[in-house]
Design a protein around this ligand. Structure first.
Ligand code: UT7
Length: 323
C-alpha cells in the first residue's frame, strides 16, 4: 500500500474587477490585437484597493473546503504558493490560517514564482507521504497587479490577480498509476537566469519594486523545459502522453501552452486553457485552471492530469496526479 495525497476539494476566487485589453490602449502604445495574438490574453482580474493576497487565498480555501465537505479545524497544514505575500513576514499562509479560524496545525508560504503551485503540491505530497499531515490546503494566490510598472507595455498587459486552492487528503493506494492522487513530481531551478525575470525591489532596496521581464528570453527557455519536466514526471509515474487526459499548464502565454502540448504530442483538446480570461496569475494560474476545468465539467474524477509551470528563478517543474 502507498500513502497518496488525493484532491478532495477544489475552489477559486477571482476579484470583481475585470480589465479588458482595450483598457491599456488608452495610455500605452499597445492594442487588443497585439496582446491577443502574442499572448492569448483577452482580459484579467485586478484585486480591489486594499484587497490582499491572503484575502483572496482565504476565499479560494473556503471554496475548496466547502467542495470537500471539511471544516478548517480538520486541516493540518496550509501551504500557500505566492510571490506577493501581504507583508515581508509573517507568511500570508498564517494570515489565511487566522482568517479561516484555524486554531491548530501549521502554515507557511512557498516562493517559486510561477512554478510555486507545482512546488507546493510536491511539498504537500511529501508531508502527507511521511505522515506529518493528513489534510493540507494547497493554495496559489497572487496580486501581481501590485508589482506592475504601468508605463512598461512589455509586462503590465500580461498579468492578473486571483487565487485557487485544493484540499489534499491522505489515502491508501495500491502503489500503481491507477491510484488516485499525486503520482509523481519533478522540480528544478537554475539561479543563473535570475536576470530575465525578477522584481527590482525587496528588503535590500526598501521598496516593493516592479516586475522586469525579458519576455523573449523566458519564452526561449519555456517550451523545452516544460516538455522535459512533464516527460520526467510521466516517466516517474510510469505513464505516457497516451494515458494523460488533461494537461493543466501554467497560464502565461497560449503560444507556450500550444508549443508544450505539441512537444508532449497532446492535442489542444486535452489542455485546460484559461489564459484568455485570467492573464498570467503566476502561482495562482494552475489551481485556477484546475478549479475552472472541474467547474466546466472537463476534469472528472479518475482523470490523469499533468500540471507544469515555469517562472522566475528560473524555477520549473511538473506533477502527475489522478483526480
Ligand atoms: O509566467 C512566467 C513566465 N513568463 C512567461 O512565460 C512569458 C514568456 N514570454 C512571452 O510570453 C512573450 O515573450 C511575450 C508575450 C512577453 C512577448 O511576445 P514576443 O512574441 O516574444 O514579443 P517580443 O518581446 O519579441 O516583442 C515583439 C515586438 C517588439 O517590438 P520590435 O522590437 O519588434 O519593434 C516589442 O517592443 O512587440 C513589441 N511589444 C509590444 N507591442 C505592442 C512588446 N510589448 C508590446 C505591447 N504592445 N504590449
Amino acid at each position: 500500500m502507498t500513502r497518496r495525497a488525493i484532491v478532495t476539494g477544489v475552489g477559486h476566487y477571482l476579484p470583481d474587477k475585470v480589465v479588458e485589453n482595450s483598457h491599456f490602449e488608452s495610455f500605452l502604445d499597445t492594442s487588443d490585437e497585439w496582446i491577443r495574438s502574442r499572448s492569448g490574453i483577452e482580459r484579467r482580474h485586478f484585486a480591489a484597493e486594499g484587497q490582499t493576497t491572503s484575502d483572496m487565498a482565504a476565499r479560494a480555501a473556503r471554496a475548496a473546503l466547502a467542495a470537500a465537505g471539511r471544516q478548517p479545524d480538520e486541516v493540518d497544514a496550509i501551504l500557500l504558493a505566492t510571490s506577493t505575500a501581504d507583508l515581508t513576514f509573517p507568511s500570508a499562509a498564517t494570515m489565511v490560517q487566522a482568517q479561516l479560524g484555524m486554531t491548530r496545525g501549521f502554515a507557511f508560504d512557498i516562493q517559486a514564482v510561477c512554478a510555486g503551485f507545482v512546488f507546493a503540491l510536491a511539498n504537500a505530497s511529501a508531508l502527507i507521504a511521511c505522515g506529518q499531515a493528513t489534510r493540507i490546503l494547497v493554495i496559489g494566490s497572487e496580486s501581481f497587479s501590485k508589482l506592475m510598472d504601468w508605463s512598461d507595455r512589455t509586462t503590465c498587459v500580461l498579468f492578473g490577480d486571483g487565487a485557487g486552492a485544493v484540499l489534499l487528503e491522505a489515502s491508501e493506494g495500491a502503489g500503481t498509476s491507477d491510484d488516485r492522487g499525486i503520482l509523481s513530481t519533478d522540480l528544478h531551478s537554475d539561479g543563473r537566469h535570475r536576470d530575465i525575470l525578477y522584481v527590482d525591489g525587496g528588503v535590500s532596496t526598501g521598496t516593493v519594486g516592479h516586475l522586469k521581464m525579458q519576455g523573449k528570453e523566458v519564452f526561449r527557455h519555456a517550451i523545452d523545459k516544460l516538455a522535459a519536466t512533464a516527460h520526467a514526471s510521466m516517466d516517474k509515474a510510469g505513464v505516457t502522453s497516451a494515458d494523460v487526459d488533461w494537461i493543466v499548464p501554467h497560464q502565461a502565454n497560449i503560444r507556450i501552452i500550444q508549443g508544450t502540448a505539441k512537444k508532449m504530442q497532446m492535442p489542444m483538446d486535452n489542455v485546460i486553457v484559461t489564459v484568455q480570461d485570467h492573464g498570467n496569475t503566476s502561482a495562482a494560474s494552475i489551481p485556477l485552471a484546475l478549479s475552472v476545468g472541474a467547474e466546466r465539467g472537463q476534469i472528472k474524477r479518475g482523470d490523469l492530469l499533468v500540471t507544469e509551470a515555469i517562472g522566475g528563478g528560473l524555477a520549473w517543474g511538473s506533477v502527475v496526479l489522478r483526480w
